[in-house]
Design a binder for this molecule. Structure first.
Ligand code: CP3
Length: 355
C-alpha cells in the first residue's frame, strides 16, 4: 500500500471517512488551458511528453502547484495501451488519435498481444515513480486507463468517430469477434492497472468515454461486464477504483453494483438525482458542466453551490467536472472553481462547519 499523503481529503472521501471539506480534482487538469502546460509542450509533441518520465511528472504536478487541487492525475493517455498491444499510434492535430491498422478481422485480432507493462509501458511506471518523488507526499496520485469498450472503439474505428459504425457494426455482426477483442483488451488493462498500483498510485480511474454509444442492454453486455471484471481483479490491491462511464446515466445502479469505490457522474445527470439513486453505498464524483467555466465568476460559484447542494451533507463526494476541462477556458476561472469548492463545502461536512 502506498503511504498516506498529507492532504488525504480525496482518499477520505473515497472511503467515506469524515473530513472537513469536499476535495476537488479536475478531469484533464493538466492541459492546454494552462499556460504552464503550453510552455512545457512547446517544441515537443504530446507523445514525447508522455514517454519522457521527468516531463510527464512535471505535467502531472503542475495543476497541484498552480491550482491547489486535492489530487494529481498521472499525465499520460489512454492510447498508450493499444499502441503497446501492437497498433501504430499517431496524434494528428485536428483529427485526434489515429491507430493503424484498425482491427477489423480475426487476423488483425491475432496480431495483437497483451503487453507486459514493465517491459512495454515502463515509461508510464517510471513517470509514476518520478511523480511520487516530486509530490513529496503532498497529495494522492491517481492512475488511469481507458475502459475496454472505449479502447475497442478507437482500435476498431482506427480513429475518433461520431457514428461508431465500425465498432457497433462489429458488436452486431460479429459479436464473437467483439468478445474476443474485448477479452484481450481487458487482460491488457488489468495488467496495466495492477502495475500502476504496484508502482504506487493511490487510486485508479477507468475512463469509459464512449459508454453512451451503446444502448443500455448492450452497454451492460459489451462494456459493464468487462468493467466489473476489472473491479474484481483490482479489489485485492486495496486502492479505490473510480468508474467514469460517460452518458451511461441509465445504468448508474449497475455501475455501483460492480463493487467500485467511486462512480463518476457526468454533467447530464443532476447530482441530486445520482445521490437519490445511489445513496452512500459508493462515493460520487462530479459533476459540474465543463462549459460553465466560460461564465462570469458569480455564475461559476452558483454552479458549484448547485452541485454541492445536490449532493447535500455527507462524506462521500469528490468534486469534479462532469467531463474533461475544455482547452480554451480561462485559467483564472479554474482557480476560482477550486477556491469556491473550498469555501462553500465545509458546511456539508460534520468536521467542517456543518455540525
Ligand atoms: O486528466 C489529465 O490531466 C490526465 C491526462 C489525460 C490525457 N488524456 C491527456 C491528453 C487523460 C486522463 C486522458 C484520457 C483520454 N485520452 C481520454 C478519456 C478521457 C475523456 O476525456 O473522456 C480519451 C478519449 C483520450 C484520447 C485523446 N487524447 C483524444 C481524443 C485527444 C485529442 C483531443 C485533444 O484535446 O487534442 C488526446 C490528446 C490529449 N490527451 C491531450 C492531453 C493533454 C492534448 C494533447 C496536446 O495537444 O497537448
Amino acid at each position: 500500500m502506498p503511504s498516506s499523503p498529507r492532504n488525504d481529503l480525496f482518499l477520505r472521501a473515497c472511503r467515506g471517512e469524515p473530513h472537513p471539506r469536499t476535495p476537488i480534482w479536475i478531469m484533464r487538469q493538466a492541459g492546454r488551458y494552462l499556460p504552464e502546460y503550453r510552455r512545457l509542450r512547446e517544441g515537443r509533441d504530446f507523445l514525447t511528453l508522455c514517454k519522457t518520465p521527468e516531463l510527464a511528472a512535471e505535467a502531472t504536478v503542475l495543476p497541484v502547484k498552480v491550482l491547489g487541487v486535492d489530487a494529481a492525475i498521472l499525465f499520460s493517455d489512454i492510447m498508450v495501451v493499444p499502441e503497446a498491444m501492437g497498433l501504430e499510434l499517431e496524434l494528428v492535430e485536428s483529427r485526434g488519435p489515429v491507430l493503424s491498422p484498425p482491427v477489423r478481422s480475426e487476423a488483425d485480432l491475432d496480431r495483437l498481444h497483451v503487453p507486459d507493462p514493465e517491459e512495454e509501458l515502463g515509461f508510464v511506471l517510471d513517470a509514476i515513480r518520478c511523480t511520487l518523488e516530486r509530490l513529496e507526499g503532498e497529495v494522492p496520485l491517481i492512475g488511469f486507463s481507458g475502459a475496454p469498450w472505449t479502447l475497442f472503439t478507437y482500435m476498431v474505428e482506427g480513429q475518433g468517430t461520431k457514428s461508431f459504425s465500425r465498432a457497433k457494426g462489429m458488436v452486431y455482426a460479429r459479436p464473437d469477434l467483439a468478445y474476443r477483442l474485448l477479452e484481450k483488451i481487458t487482460e491488457a488493462v488489468g495488467r496495466y492497472l495492477e502495475a500502476q498500483i504496484r508502482s504506487g498510485v493511490h487510486a485508479v480511474q477507468i475512463f469509459d468515454t464512449w459508454a453512451g454509444a451503446l444502448p443500455p442492454a448492450l452497454f451492460r453486455e459489451f462494456s459493464l461486464a468487462y468493467l466489473e471484471r476489472l473491479v474484481l481483479r483490482l479489489a485485492p490491491l486495496g486502492v479505490p477504483v473510480i468508474l467514469f462511464a460517460k452518458d451511461a446515466g441509465h445504468s448508474l445502479e449497475r455501475i455501483a453494483e460492480t463493487g467500485c469505490t467511486v462512480v463518476g457522474i457526468d454533467w447530464a445527470t443532476p447530482m441530486g438525482e445520482a445521490k437519490k439513486r445511489l445513496g452512500t453505498r459508493v462515493t460520487l464524483q462530479g459533476n459540474l458542466d465543463p462549459a460553465i467555466l466560460y461564465a462570469p465568476p458569480e455564475r461559476i460559484r452558483e454552479g458549484v453551490r448547485e452541485v454541492l447542494e445536490g449532493y447535500g451533507r455527507g462524506e462521500r463526494h469528490v468534486f469534479n467536472l462532469g467531463h474533461g476541462i475544455l482547452p480554451d477556458v480561462p485559467p483564472d476561472h479554474v482557480r476560482l472553481l477550486v477556491e469556491a469548492v473550498a469555501r462553500e463545502s465545509p458546511r456539508f461536512h460534520r468536521d467542517g462547519e456543518g455540525r
